[in-house]
Ligand binder design. Structure first.
Ligand SMILES: [Mn+2]
Length: 306
């Protein structure tokens, strides 16, 4: 029985199946239930709690990897930060600051962090944390329906619609995957800066897109940001701005597995889940996606042996 959102209850990823011990956990799930600039369908501040609750229905056993990955990895669920639920006011500057500081400290503790949102603007703070935690350059790989490359939107540069512009302005290389909704300003910027964009319309008819996308990543280290609207809304209807023509489940997983195998993924986020009343499809699918990220990292880092 699902609870009614909004809820501020904190439940652990996978719940009672694992013992949440920070010291031994290799993976930290960081809930960031922050929502301020949603422009269409609201509710992403309830994404983290719905994902965590849905994760209790996952099998510990990953049938692809033939392991109970959670016991190899150790998964600790952090207390929520930048929480805007129940009408609490958190400014964009506060959200970015606490997010950056929290990530920096978790990176110093050598945790593999999966931040779960919350609106996509959070990713700017997450990425700043990695810039502080890592000296080496890294590429931000984004799965998304939208370019998020506007300079500003609805009078704020901290909008969900601007987060990749913030990251481009940080000087980090980017690879955008699944894109199918951009404005003229974004189209012009993509041409001007020669940004690497894999468009969903072309990916649908090009089976080589996965290898081409991997080959286009210029650095060994990668930060992966997933706006769950990058995946088709028939699979995840619970998003703020649904767009038809997204990635399907198995091409998403195939791409992610190849990415983790061929690159050093230093961190991930999973953003923009906004649960739908009377359906658990979205949060369960995103919880499963999150567990697959842990599984692929476990495989890539040798935490599990096949
Ligand atoms: Mn999006």
């Amino acid at each position: 029985m699902r609870s009614t959102f909004p809820s501020t209850a904190v439940v652990d990823f996978l719940g009672s199946e694992i013992v949440p011990d920070y010291e031994t956990a290799k993976v930290v799930i960081l809930p960031i239930p922050y929502e301020a600039t949603t422009s269409y369908r609201k509710g992403c501040e309830n994404g983290p709690a719905s994902l965590l609750e849905a994760s209790h229905q996952l099998e510990c056993y990953d049938e692809e990897l033939d392991r109970e990955v959670c016991f190899d990895a150790g998964i600790f669920t952090h207390t929520p930060i930048a929480d805007t639920r129940n009408g609490k006011s958190v400014s964009a500057e506060e959200m970015l600051s606490v997010t950056q500081q929290t990530l920096k400290s978790l990176i110093e503790d050598q945790k593999f962090v999966i931040s779960i949102g919350g609106e996509h603007s959070i990713t700017a703070g997450v990425v700043q944390g990695y810039r502080q935690g890592y000296q080496e350059p890294f590429t931000v790989v984004q799965i998304d329906a939208h370019g998020d490359l506007r300079h500003e939107y609805e009078d704020t540069i901290h909008s969900h619609a601007c987060v990749m512009r913030r990251i481009v302005n940080m000087g980090l290389p980017t690879v955008q995957v699944g894109i199918r909704a951009i404005c003229q300003e974004e189209a012009d910027l993509i041409k001007e800066k020669n940004l690497t964009v894999f468009r969903a319309r072309e990916m649908a008819f090009n089976l080589d897109w996965i290898e081409q996308a991997i080959a286009s990543i210029p650095t060994e280290k990668v930060f992966l940001t997933i706006d769950v609207d990058g995946i088709d809304p028939s699979l995840i209807p619970g998003v703020g701005t649904p767009e038809p023509g997204g990635l399907n489940w198995y091409s998403t997983l195939t791409f992610l597995r190849r990415l983790f195998e061929s690159k050093d993924v230093i961190g991930c986020d999973v953003m923009e889940l906004a649960p739908v009343v009377d359906s658990v499809v979205s949060e369960f699918t995103v919880a499963k996606l999150t567990y697959k990220l842990i599984g692929y990292q476990a495989l890539s880092k040798g935490w599990i042996k096949q």
